[in-house]
Design a protein around this ligand. Structure first.
Ligand code: LLP
Length: 434
């Protein structure tokens, strides 16, 4: 199987994942080097279209969760499609603006926004700032009042919904750091109604990531619908939207991905009960299946009965398998005609000095001889955006394929990038006495 395509169903004639011909991947890898992230613009567009079509009967707006893949060119694709941006830091604010998003297309979320970040978002006049605690709401109101402004704000609610995702990507359960506990929302909203610096325009949730069962959205949406009704009964009439967050799950290996139609069926009652437009914040759904990480096989080896394919990408480039035990599909793009391969199940491992630096476990990759080009699929989301320079490894390049053309959208880092701002011990001449 040499055609690189994520396992999965076809929808509307476009596969679940990337469909870039292997000879092109080979040319890209030779021209740019490995490891390299390669994204397919057509897949991002198609997935945006499918989600929009599923939401078509409901007033809605899609705010792309920038953290999933914050590369400027990827942001540019979403912006051109008419999407907004869901940001969680000033860094993402600057990126979103650089990519061309206008302030009214940007919403600011996040559990720990610094006062200077809230101030920057206020000054930029973003559409909405979601708060996650009463203390943060007070800080925001004070900043707005000091500027003689009234800021549109939302409350991210913790709806106490448990999702069956990896524990690290659950967020909607009682006792987690995310959101305002359900029973604290009403008094907080009443406080906000009296506060000149803020107008409560949104109630929202984000219950977790890589959700494959729409029932979780249905449960959360029902809690939000009840809450909106209770707020209205208390005379709060300023709401203009309800936010159902992101988290739509995709197929990485053999999961049944969440069908956008099922997602919409689960959240539609919230729009109908409240009469409010929905905001949706997908990240992974839009970009995850659109990306792959190309890496070259350096060596094969056997130790203690286990077989290893050692590649030039590691957990610094792609951390999901190490951090969450995520299982991504791995394909051989070009086996390099090697003779040093075999049929036994292999672990695909990186060069980093950590036992956890494993990219895939127990795979059958008979063509993965030294020199072979491999593709780790489904890495368009939380791939590059979670990369690091651990082991002083420059981060990979990123390439965008768009129809019959491709371009480098981020150059591979060089070692000088990693040492920028550092000084050798000998160069320090301005010690400060302690
Ligand atoms: N909205 C909020 C408030 C979020 O915190 C997130 C993700 C999203 C939307 C988008 O979630 P998505 O649709 O991409 O699942 N690094 C983990 C995922 C962490 C997600 C954090 N928040 C992973 O690689 O699975």
């Amino acid at each position: 199987m040499r055609l690189v395509r994520a396992a999965g169903h076809r929808r509307g004639g476009v596969g679940e994942g990337v469909l870039i011909p292997p000879p092109l991947l080979d040319r890209i890898a030779r021209a740019v080097g490995t490891p390299v992230y390669v994204y397919d613009a057509a897949v991002v567009r198609e997935r945006y279209r499918v989600l929009s079509a599923a939401l078509a009967g409901i007033p809605h707006r899609i705010f792309y969760s920038v953290k999933a893949n914050s590369s400027l060119a990827i942001l540019g694709i979403i912006r051109a499609l008419g999407g907004g941006a869901d940001i969680v830091s000033v860094g993402e604010l600057v990126r979103a603006k650089r990519a061309g998003f206008a302030a009214p297309d940007i919403v600011f979320s996040g559990v720990g926004k610094r006062p200077d970040e809230l101030a920057a978002a206020l000054d930029a006049a973003v559409a909405l700032i979601h708060v996650e605690s009463s203390a943060e709401f007070h800080t925001l109101a004070a900043l707005a009042t000091a500027r003689s402004r009234t800021v549109p704000a939302g409350i991210r609610v913790n709806p106490d919904v448990t999702t069956h995702t990896h524990p690290f990507t659950q967020t909607g359960q009682k006792g987690m750091k995310f959101g305002v506990p359900l029973d604290e929302v009403e008094p907080l909203a009443e406080w906000a109604a009296r506060e000149p610096g803020v107008t409560l325009v949104s109630i929202g949730m984000h219950i977790g990531s890589q959700i494959l069962d729409a029932a979780h959205y249905r449960a959360g949406a029902a809690r939000l619908a009840d809450l909106v009704e209770r707020l209205r009964a208390r005379g709060i009439t300023t709401l203009t939207s309800v936010d159902v967050g992101g988290g739509l799950g995709v197929r990485y290996l053999d999961e049944r991905p969440l069908d956008p139609e099922e997602f919409v069926a689960a959240v539609r009652p919230l729009a109908e009960a409240t009469g409010l437009p929905l905001a949706v914040e997908p990240g992974r759904y839009l970009v995850g299946p659109a990306g792959m990480l190309l890496t070259r096989c350096l060596y094969r080896k056997c130790s203690g009965g286990r077989h290893f394919v050692i590649v030039d990408a590691g957990m610094s480039d792609f951390v999901r398998p190490s951090l969450y035990g995520a299982a991504h599909d791995v394909r051989v793009v070009d086996g390099a005609g090697g003779t040093d391969a075999g049929d036994e199940p292999v672990d695909v491992v990186g060069p980093i000095c950590e036992t956890g630096d494993v990219l895939a476990r127990g795979r059958t990759l008979p063509d993965a001889a030294p020199g072979a080009l491999l593709a780790i699929l489904g890495t368009g989301a939380y791939g590059f955006s979670m990369s690091s320079t651990y082991n002083s490894r420059p981060r990979p390049a990123e390439v965008l394929v768009d129809g019959g053309r491709w371009a480098v959208i981020r150059q591979r880092e060089v070692l000088e990038d990693l040492m920028r701002g550092e000084r050798t011990l000998d160069a320090i001449t301005d010690w400060v006495s302690a």
